[in-house]
Design a protein around this ligand. Structure first.
Ligand SMILES: *[C@@H]1O[C@H](CO)[C@@H](O)[C@H](O)[C@H]1NC(C)=O
Ligand SMILES: *[C@@H]1O[C@H](CO)[C@@H](O)[C@H](O)[C@H]1NC(C)=O
Ligand SMILES: *[C@@H]1O[C@H](CO)[C@@H](O)[C@H](O)[C@H]1NC(C)=O
Ligand SMILES: *[C@@H]1O[C@H](CO)[C@@H](O)[C@H](O)[C@H]1NC(C)=O
Length: 515
């Protein structure tokens, strides 16, 4: 740990922190997730920390000399292709089986990461000397066990919100009357039946987590990291900080414990010039251009044949140019006004003044890009949080939402024309953009400050909320309520007996008199 002796250069504003050795484990093979983490590990390395990142999307930037990347892209894709996740990504799946399927994938990914020779060399080294672990907080805690093995603090990071299980581990209040699972479509205010289902779902997840998922995670962690680990749930509850990519527009404000920190638009970069062919195409779109992409998880090459036909016909009839992110070299029946590209610099395309609407699957990173570039949206949600995202944006008048399973060609065309021709959509996007990033410090600076805070204080024990340790019946005051009910019952019983006694005395007396 020679690095600890060198003091990094800091702006005067920030307390200084010795250069630390940081291990990041970012295992979800999704480009949009990784974009957020890339920004963090790059910045940490630029600040002089020695960073090692286990990732599926390495930056491979030779200028980042303090950064080592272990590319797990292939290892993890191979593991995932053995599961059913590729099929469920583009389909409607009931919530309980979605969660179950996501967990199966997570077990496979954790095993793939832990059994990778390059990573074994890292976690099995006796002198690894890390000061901090950053780990993707995506559903299951298996990989946090690396931090427990090294006995160092760790920070959970998510490229969007987290599911109820992580809130639970952090002791973050999660009343089912107000907040639903991020994969569910329920939002406050919820009708009675929604609250009922939401509560049922929450109880189910707690059960499923405690009796099925956590024992399985624990087993995997022990298999690779040794048997002298704490139980995986205790490891997860030891999380020093949870960094979430949330914002007050798409996520209802909630009473967070002090160790839950929100960040936003981490991956947004300054606008760069477009490649020549794209620039020419968009420059020529004087009548306006539609940008269409279903993101990196839902590929438009995988969408149902019927929907693809509908999109092609609708685009052909629009009076605009259309740029379509399509993951193949040719699109059969491609209309004249459509330009396809396998890879498109989305942030820069959205910054082009001729791009008037973004037709999107409504993943959070895509929305952040559209909002930051001031482009209103037409949303066709597919999975995860996308449905609730578009619902919120529609309520704010910044987008129109369509259901891809029932949409007709006319509806699709009309939505695009409405968003382009009615100025209200663009105005609302601008209004949201102003709220989204209005903070005392930019998001990346805040995030780095918090990460270095954890390094400086070797964890955040002093910020730990008691809600993380209290049992559910104490938290919900079940014992107190029971005693109160008992006391009230007793009082009612005594009152009843007394009144009955008095009444029988009076009435009894009256009867005697009558006789
Ligand atoms: C690497 O870290 C050292 C200090 O540990 C720092 O002086 C240097 O600027 C860093 N280099 C880069 C490219 O980030
Ligand atoms: C880890 O290291 C120990 C000795 O330090 C060795 O016995 C063990 O086989 C190693 N585990 C793996 C998976 O390489
Ligand atoms: C909790 O984290 C600290 C470091 O911050 C570590 O020393 C301790 O072993 C961890 N405990 C558990 C149960 O993981
Ligand atoms: C945020 O961080 C960047 C990069 O370290 C730095 O150049 C900038 O001055 C910081 N901004 C503020 C407001 O501290």
């Amino acid at each position: 740990m020679i690095m600890k002796d060198i003091v990094c250069f800091m702006p005067v504003l920030w307390a200084s922190v010795s250069c630390a050795r940081i291990l990041g484990i970012f295992h979800i093979p999704s480009f949009s997730h990784q974009l957020v983490y890339q920004a963090i590990w790059k910045q940490l390395s630029l600040r002089g920390h020695q960073v090692m990142a286990v990732t599926t999307h390495p930056l491979q930037d030779p200028e980042l000399t303090n950064l080592t990347e272990i590319d797990m892209g292939e290892v993890i894709s191979t593991a995932i292709n053995q599961t059913s996740i590729p099929e469920i990504m583009s389909k409607e799946v009931p919530l309980l089986s979605l969660v179950h399927n996501l967990f199966q994938v997570q077990y496979k990914i954790a095993e793939a990461v832990l059994s990778d020779k390059r990573f074994i060399d890292v976690y099995n080294a006796t002198d690894a000397g890390f000061d901090l672990i950053l780990a993707e907080a995506c559903t299951l805690p298996t990989l946090y066990a690396v931090a427990a093995k090294f006995k160092v603090p760790f920070i959970g990071i998510s490229s969007y919100g987290v599911w109820a299980g992580v809130h639970y581990a952090m002791g973050n209040p999660h009343p089912t009357s107000l907040y639903s699972e991020m994969w569910s479509t329920f939002r406050y205010p919820m009708a009675f039946s929604e609250r009922l289902r939401n509560t049922f779902y929450y109880i189910w997840t707690r059960y499923y987590l405690n009796f099925e998922a956590l024992p399985k995670c624990d087993q995997i962690a022990r298999k690779y990291l040794g048997n002298d680990l704490p139980y995986i749930q205790d490891i997860e509850k030891n999380m020093s900080l949870l960094l979430l990519t949330t914002n007050p527009i798409l996520y209802e404000p909630r009473p967070n414990v002090p160790t839950v920190i929100s960040m936003e638009q981490m991956h947004i970069k300054p606008v760069k010039p477009l490649p020549k062919d794209l620039k020419q195409f968009l420059d020529s779109a004087k009548e306006g251009a539609v940008y269409f992409s279903l993101g990196s998880n839902v590929k438009s090459i995988n969408i149902p044949e019927k929907l693809r036909k509908l999109l092609i016909e609708a685009f052909a009839e629009l009076p605009y140019k259309v740029l379509w992110k399509f993951e193949d070299d040719n699109l059969p029946g491609k209309p004249k006004n459509v330009f396809i590209g396998k890879w498109i610099p989305q942030q820069d395309v959205l910054a082009h003044p001729n791009v008037k609407v973004f037709v999107t699957q409504c993943g959070l990173q895509s929305i952040e890009e559209a909002i930051s570039r001031g482009v209103p949206m037409v949303g066709m949600p597919f999975i995860a949080d996308q449905t609730r995202n578009i619902r919120r944006l529609s309520e704010e008048g910044a987008a129109i939402g369509l259901d891809h399973t029932t949409v007709t060609k006319e509806e699709f065309k009309n939505a695009i024309i409405e968003v382009i021709s009615n100025p209200k959509y663009k105005e609302n996007v601008k209004r949201l953009a102003d709220i989204w990033v209005d903070h005392p410090l930019p998001s990346l600076n805040r995030t780095i400050w918090w990460i270095e805070y954890v390094i400086r204080h070797k964890g955040t024990k002093h910020l730990r909320s008691p809600t993380a340790d209290v049992s559910w019946f104490e938290y919900l005051l079940v014992d107190v309520i029971l005693v109160l009910l008992l006391a009230i019952s007793l009082v009612i019983f005594v009152l009843y007996k007394t009144v009955k006694f008095i009444l029988t005395r009076i009435c009894g007396g009256a009867k005697i008199k009558q006789n």
